[in-house]
Ligand binder design. Structure first.
Ligand SMILES: [Zn+2]
Length: 325
């Protein structure tokens, strides 16, 4: 697929110390978990990345948690373990622990807060938090408190100190960080042409997707490129940090393969249902099938960021890449 993982190193020393200590203890009751948040565009391979991270000792992956409130419960979507969300034993225990069960009232309240604080248009206000009104700050705090309960329950149930959340929306990571949660961002970047080609096809796996940053109806090349640029720019303002993982913790990753166990990832690509040894194959269909005109449109819009990320504008023939979804 042509995925590159950009992990900037701001504050990496402290982060490395925290996370390696946390990774070794297999759960840390009484201490808030570290949230490892994957930010980036849709159709970037985040499902595979979050599952690979979830195999690291002391880590647990939960898929795109942002969808929990806006559609997973409502539409009865399936968990990565194969059960319906409401029938998954893991999520039942998490719901009991966090909220005394998945009561509709509480889900609705958090969903409403999501609409107030975790929308793209709220990004400027979140960035200038001290200047925001008291009401907005209270909403951010309440939203963060709900997620803190959720992450805490996940961490306790999984016995993991690091929770990997592949929600992707940069504004969500910012809102949670502003509420005081310990959020470590991985900015995932896929070649914009692969993303645009994929978004130009209808996604039959996600018929219910409705939210503003993730509308899965077909997008024109220009729309897809503009969205890609917006998401990368927003992710670019988040403070990122390196994650420590010793080679011993990465035994599940090999040359062109990854070994994955069952996980309870929500939402995301249908590959979340597959486990065992998985051969990694680049999804580079766009190189063969995307028209020259569409490539030119997408490249024209995204060129400055492509150059920044080292993505060759020429769109050379497919090379060996690291990941697919
Ligand atoms: Zn499950």
């Amino acid at each position: 697929m042509g995925v590159s993982v950009v992990t900037a190193l701001a504050g990496s020393q402290a982060a490395a110390t925290d996370a390696s200590a946390a990774a070794g203890n297999g759960g840390n009751p009484g201490r808030a978990p570290i949230v490892v948040y994957i930010a980036g565009s849709g159709r970037s391979g985040s499902t595979l990345l979050e599952r690979a991270l979830g195999e690291i000792p002391g880590f647990v992956n939960v898929g795109e948690l942002i969808d929990l409130y806006r559609r997973t419960v409502e539409h009865g979507e399936r968990c990565g373990c194969g059960h319906a969300f409401t029938e998954c034993p893991f999520w039942s225990r998490v719901g009991d622990r966090a909220f005394g069960g998945w009561q509709e009232q509480k889900l609705t309240a958090t969903h409403r807060l999501q609409g107030k604080v975790a929308r793209q248009r709220r990004m400027p206000r979140l960035l200038a938090m001290p200047l925001a009104g008291r009401r907005f700050r209270a909403d951010v705090a309440a939203y963060g408190a709900s997620y803190a309960s959720l992450y805490g329950a996940i961490s306790a149930e999984a016995g993991a100190a690091c929770v990997v959340d592949a929600s992707k929306w940069p504004v969500q990571a910012l809102a949670l960080a502003r509420a005081g949660l310990d959020v470590r961002v991985i900015h995932l970047v896929r070649d914009v042409r692969g993303v645009a080609y994929s978004l130009g096809k209808r996604d039959v796996s996600r018929p219910h997707a409705v939210a503003e940053a993730d509308v899965m109806s077909r997008l024109s090349p220009a729309e897809a490129a503009a969205r890609w640029v917006a998401v990368q720019s927003q992710a670019g303002v988040l403070r990122r940090c390196g994650l420590p993982a010793s080679p011993a913790h990465l035994a599940h990753l090999g040359d062109g393969r990854v070994v994955l166990g069952t996980s309870h990832g929500l939402s995301g690509n249908p590959s979340r249902f597959r486990d065992g040894e998985i051969t990694l194959r680049a999804d580079e269909t766009w190189r063969e099938r995307m028209s020259r005109r569409d490539r030119l449109i997408v490249t024209a819009i995204a060129l400055p960021l492509m150059l920044r990320y080292g993505i060759p504008a020429a769109g050379s023939p497919a090379k060996k890449q690291e990941a697919h979804d």
